[in-house]
Design a binder for this molecule. Structure first.
Ligand SMILES: [Zn+2]
Length: 290
């Protein structure tokens, strides 16, 4: 009889995981995977080689969201152009904003540039504060702990495991902190294309000298680049842009002030684990002193 029951349970395909989680970006996917462990199946919506500000809702996103018990978004309007539409298209009440199945990283931590005069009509894509918290390992550790509590709420049976893994991630960040700061020490500072690395620069103690964009989400103009060059002449630093941001503005500024240009992603590779995320922070810390 026992054997027969075991045979039956094998026939009824019981998933190995307790929760299906949809993460908007690979940084959020990394966090969900790290905290969720074997209890979660994670699907990522935005490929890391695309600008998460600029995506559009797609049927494949809606399909992924249809069966999800939890959405892990960056928030602060980063995904406003596509996530609400994708969630509406998925017709899954469990993951609507305000429900336990909807989680935003940016809502768990203090944001930079929050409460400033910002106007989407002027092209500013950060009216709710700067959403790019994923490049700050300390904020990500705080988000990990909040995510563990959310997973525990949805799946009480595995609560202890979620909390232990979030603590483990926070401990790993603490342990790596001195080496990251040491690596970036002595950096003259950085100009970035978009204000997407400000949390990391602040975290590392690296001076931030401005963005190639005159306003978040607005393409660099010759006038803005020349003003920036005037301000930075004689200073040392590095210009950073992501692989998906056009290189022309960085090259123009580099030609005016003689700084090196580094091309770095702001999210880890798709389906990365915590090591993949830490390797990304390593790359940034190294590039900022070159
Ligand atoms: Zn942005």
């Amino acid at each position: 009889m026992k054997r027969f029951l075991l045979f039956l349970s094998l026939l009824v395909a019981v998933p190995a995981w307790a929760l299906e989680v949809v993460a908007t970006t690979s940084s959020m996917g990394m966090l969900a995977r790290t905290v969720g462990g074997p209890q979660v199946k994670v699907t990522e919506l935005a490929p890391p080689d695309r600008d998460a500000h600029m995506l559009q809702a797609r049927p494949s996103m809606m399909r992924a969201l249809r069966d999800a018990q939890l959405v892990v978004a960056v928030g602060a309007e980063l995904e406003i152009g596509w996530l609400p539409a994708a969630i509406n298209g998925a017709a899954n009440g469990a993951i609507l904003p305000g429900r336990p199945g909807y989680f935003e990283a940016a809502a768990q931590v203090p944001l930079l540039d929050a409460g400033q005069a910002a106007d989407r009509a002027q092209g500013d894509v950060h009216p709710a504060g700067n959403p790019h918290v994923n490049l700050d390992p300390m904020r990500m550790a705080t988000v990990a702990k909040a995510l563990a509590e959310r997973l525990a709420q949805l799946d009480a049976a595995n609560a202890a495991g979620y909390r232990v893994r979030a603590q483990g991630f926070a401990a790993a960040v603490e342990a790596k902190l001195p080496a990251w700061k040491q690596k970036a020490a002595g950096s003259g500072g950085a100009v970035t294309f978009h204000k997407d690395a400000i949390y990391l620069l602040t975290f590392l103690g690296v001076p931030f000298h401005g963005t190639l964009e005159p306003v978040p989400g607005v393409a660099p103009t010759a006038r803005h680049l020349e003003a920036l060059a005037g301000k930075l002449k004689g200073k040392q630093g590095v210009i950073v842009h992501t692989p998906y941001q056009p290189p022309a503005g960085a090259e123009k500024l580099a030609s005016l002030i003689g700084w090196k240009v580094a091309v770095l992603p702001i999210d880890p590779p798709a389906d990365a684990d915590a090591q993949g995320y830490f390797a990304l922070i390593d790359r940034w810390a190294e590039a900022l002193v070159k």
